[in-house]
Write a protein that binds this ligand. Structure first.
Ligand code: NAD
Ligand code: DAU
Length: 351
């Protein structure tokens, strides 16, 4: 039997990969992409699926209750995969309330509309909330985040995501709303807005601009290829147990500075530059306020219970990612014109 699935934030980085995967792999499902198209939302990300019969786009804000109600009714939505969010930690430091609005109030609003629309008929319904490993805080040299690690968010972004996770669990416990949550580590891949480390540095290396490394570059992140995240979301959506949380990660920890050196080496080779040329662009800048030191995920529950594992090694994924950005100049040009310049100058103190 088909399903009518509302995917929020489908024009963003991860959302566009999830939309593409579901539209292509499940022709019997109707996929409705709901996105307000903030600076991070870009319909160019979905050109290859926009004319598919099982796909529709609705430009709407998750804070707009009336629009949400009418979209649920029009498409008879029976499942939600919720990705819409403000997602960049640096922006949350300069404008925390925007994160409270979308990530906290927006999620609560969406939960409320789903609950009202589904009423008592909760069979075959699902509200799948996509979250982050940042809700668990920051690790020291040892240890991994598990699903039972206590929440300890430390940036306005992670505090807003933690809050949204709590609302989702509250709707499960209080109203029996059928929910599932996943918390994933850092994603990389095509179509990521060039404010995040990897696409920003690819863009800057390409244009021979400084590579602004925060602090000493010793912070550690656990990187996962975005298409592997989309495949994990597919697995959890179909097989995950209601009320449960699943951590998603790549068992792939990198110190920022080591990752940046690998990126510089691969780009020197691809751009036919002399070895070491791109690394000369590395510039140490003021650290991010409250910069979390280390994230690392234990994804054992997802592997042992649902049989998911990542498909690709990091160096191969990074190489494919660089190739995509080098081949998609036009995409980069579109997203880095206009407002982007203002953000860049302000964030990196260039004015
Ligand atoms: P993104 O910033 O690339 O995309 C967010 C999308 O949400 C955009 O298309 C934007 O237009 C849309 N949006 C924002 N506010 C909205 C609103 N009020 N109403 C409707 N649409 C709105 O983000 P991303 O990196 O693709 O992240 C997607 C989700 O995954 C987020 O919930 C994020 O917290 C989570 N996540 C991201 C990562 C990562 O590494 N990027 C890792 C783990 C979890
Ligand atoms: O862990 C999952 C999270 O990963 C997601 O929930 C977030 O949405 C996503 O943005 C990401 O958060 P990070 O803050 O880890 O990602 P970002 O790419 O911004 O930074 C990665 C690391 O690189 C971090 O230690 C900060 C550092 N950095 C980042 C930028 C943008 C720099 O040194 N210089 C930079 O210019």
């Amino acid at each position: 039997m088909g399903k009518n699935i509302l995917i929020t934030g489908g024009a963003g980085f991860i959302g566009s990969h999830v939309v593409r995967r579901f539209v292509r792999n499940y022709p019997d499902y109707k996929i409705v992409n709901l996105d307000s198209l903030t600076y991070a939302g870009n319909l160019e990300n979905l050109k290859d699926v926009e004319s598919a019969d099982n796909y529709s786009f609705e430009r709407a804000d998750i804070l707009d209750t009336e629009r949400l109600k009418s979209i649920f009714q029009e498409y008879k939505i029976d499942a939600v995969i919720h990705l819409a969010a403000e997602s960049h930690v640096d922006r949350s430091i300069s404008d925390p309330l925007a994160f409270v609005q979308t990530n906290v109030l927006g999620t609560a609003n969406l939960l409320n509309v789903a609950k009202a629309y589904w009423g008592d008929d909760l069979s075959d319904k699902k509200f799948y909330h996509i979250s982050t490993d940042e809700v668990y805080g920051s690790l020291g040299e040892e240890g991994l985040f598990t699903e039972t690690t206590a929440y300890d968010p430390r940036s306005p972004y992670s505090a807003s995501k933690a809050s949204s996770d709590h609302f989702v669990r509250a709707y499960w416990h209080t109203y029996n709303l059928p929910v599932v949550i996943s918390n994933c580590s850092n994603n990389y891949g095509s179509h990521q807005f060039p404010e995040k480390l990897i696409p920003l540095f690819i863009h800057n290396i390409r244009n021979k601009k400084d590579l602004p490394v925060y602090g000493k570059g010793e912070n550690i992140r656990d990187w996962l290829w975005v298409e592997d995240h989309a495949s994990a979301i597919d697995t959890i959506f179909h097989k995950g147990r209601l009320g449960e949380t699943y951590n998603i990660g790549g068992l792939n920890e990198w110190k920022n500075i080591d990752l940046i050196h690998l990126l510089c080496k691969l780009m020197d080779e691809k751009l036919d530059r002399k070895a070491g040329e791109s690394a000369e662009l590395i510039t140490y800048v003021k650290d991010r306020a409250g910069h979390d030191m280390r994230y690392a995920i234990d994804a054992d529950k997802l592997a042992s219970e649902l049989g998911w594992k990542p498909s690709i090694q990091f160096e191969e994924g990074l190489s494919k990612t660089i190739d995509w950005y080098l081949e998609n100049d036009e995409w980069l040009e579109h997203v880095t014109s206009g407002e982007y310049q203002k953000y860049y100058e302000q964030q990196y103190d260039l004015r």
